[in-house]
Design a binder for this molecule. Structure first.
Ligand SMILES: [Fe+2]
Length: 153
């Protein structure tokens, strides 16, 4: 439960999510490197979605009077956080890892949204709605990656 009396806790939570979103951005940034045109196009759009997620979180943190911490280090922070080794050279391994990461992201957001919704305060309900849109997109990305992996032979 995220207490509304403790704004710092909420801002801290949002900053944690922001760090993960920076990691997601790192996964798709190198979209031109993929041989598969479908993956190139999809990852490009996924990259744009991750930028949107980052901006929404930053704006929310700022509107709460907080300061987003800019972890600009891209690449494999996610892998390290989840203890997964990502080998971009192995496309199936990449799709599998990314699918798992997006699934975890969806689950993380779901929990965050539930915590916020337990609080009757209007402001937290509002932040829950912002988080829900990121949550849904993480789920969509997860499902696309899972499906693509199934059709890659
Ligand atoms: Fe994301």
């Amino acid at each position: 439960m995220i207490s509304l009396v403790d704004d710092r806790k909420l801002i801290g939570e949002l900053n944690k999510i922001l760090t993960l979103e920076h990691g997601h951005l790192g996964m798709y940034e190198n979209y031109p490197d993929y041989k598969d045109k479908d993956i190139r196009r999809t990852f490009r759009r996924f990259m744009e979605i991750e930028i949107e997620h980052i901006n929404k979180l930053k704006n929310t943190i700022r509107n709460l009077g907080g300061k987003p911490f800019a972890i600009v280090e891209s690449g494999n922070i996610i892998g390290r956080m989840l203890g997964i080794t990502i080998q971009v050279s192995d496309i199936k391994n990449t799709l599998g890892s990314y699918s798992l990461i997006e699934k975890k992201s969806f689950e993380g957001y779901s929990k965050f949204v539930l915590d916020l919704e337990e609080d009757a305060e209007k402001r937290n309900q509002f932040i829950a709605e912002i988080a829900v849109s990121n949550m849904l997109e993480a789920d969509l990305m997860h499902l696309w990656l899972k499906d693509k992996l199934k059709t890659m032979r």
